[in-house]
Design a protein around this ligand. Structure first.
Ligand SMILES: Nc1ncnc2c1ncn2[C@@H]1O[C@H](COP(=O)(O)OP(=O)(O)OP(=O)(O)O)[C@@H](O)[C@H]1O
Ligand SMILES: O=c1ccn([C@@H]2O[C@H](COP(=O)(O)O)[C@@H](O)[C@H]2O)c(=O)[nH]1
Length: 236
């Protein structure tokens, strides 16, 4: 029995490249989709926000010295590419998905319209929110918090490269220890950078819990959705 009826799943863009230097690794994206399918099969309504790090960090060298807002629009367009790839991989797996973009590019994908997104979710379709918030100076974590609140998700699930929230970045500090749960206030006060502070603050204000868990651990998403002990819960 799933613990949630509707979730917002934030997928790491950077994880999409697998062992490649940049871009989208086919095996990785297909595995992500299979994990999503396991939870849609449980009847959970799934909305997805995917990051852009796998593409954007690959072109970041060329963005050095660029106007920040222009570079951010490039980043948002990178998330559109990932969203299209994800939706197509879902099609291959027999999962019906719709991509909705925060930036109007109507020849490519439909624009984000909240009632339409809610309708798709009620119909059991996976909705992929592309182009972040549509605004520079934000991140896809903030987009996940924003869309999660807008669609009335019960939780934001951040599937990332680490298996939870640590006392410090575990990739830099091997002595860091993992929290089983942590409050928003503590995460913000201690500047725990697994999500940006804007995303933490928005979720805290909206009383929208976040679960952080590993995108690389097979079955972790399903365990989280079933309410089993997995990752770190960030709570009010
Ligand atoms: N206190 C912390 N606990 C856990 N991870 C942390 C912490 N501080 C920093 N991090 C880092 O945050 C990273 C996850 O956030 P980040 O937004 O960079 O990745 P992502 O969301 O997976 O990728 P993308 O931006 O491409 O979607 C982890 O890989 C980890 O190294
Ligand atoms: O609302 C948003 C979301 C994203 N951006 C830009 O895109 C890149 C990629 O997103 P990640 O969250 O880092 O994966 C981000 O670095 C921003 O440059 C944005 O401007 N607004």
């Amino acid at each position: 029995m799933p613990a949630y009826k509707r979730i917002l799943l934030k997928l790491s863009g950077e994880a999409l490249m697998g062992d490649d230097a940049y871009g989208i690794n086919r095996a990785v994206i297909m595995r992500m989709v299979q994990e999503v399918r396991e939870i849609t099969d449980l009847g959970v309504e799934v909305a997805v926000v995917i990051g852009g790090g796998n593409i954007f960090r690959g072109v970041a060298g060329g963005a050095v010295g660029m106007d920040r807002a222009t570079a951010d629009y490039m980043g948002m367009l990178a998330t559109v590419m990932n969203s299209l790839a994800l939706a197509d991989a879902m099609r291959v797996e027999g999962v019906t998905a719709r991509v909705m973009s925060a930036i109007a590019i109507e020849q490519v994908v439909e624009s984000y319209v909240r009632p339409k997104a809610l309708q798709y979710l009620e119909e059991g379709k996976v909705v992929i929110f592309a182009a972040g918030t549509g605004n520079p100076f934000f991140t896809t974590d903030t987009a996940a918090a924003l869309r999660g609140a807008e669609i009335g998700a019960q939780v934001v699930l951040k599937a990332t490269k680490v298996d939870g929230v640590y006392t410090a970045d575990p990739k830099k500090d091997p002595s860091a220890t993992r929290y089983a749960s942590v409050s928003f206030d503590e995460a913000i006060a201690k500047n725990l950078q697994v999500l940006d502070a804007t995303a933490f603050a928005l979720c805290r204000d909206q009383k929208l819990p976040i679960k952080v868990f590993s995108i690389f651990k097979p079955g972790a998403l399903k365990r989280v959705v079933l309410g089993e002990d997995e990752g770190t819960l960030v709570h009010v």
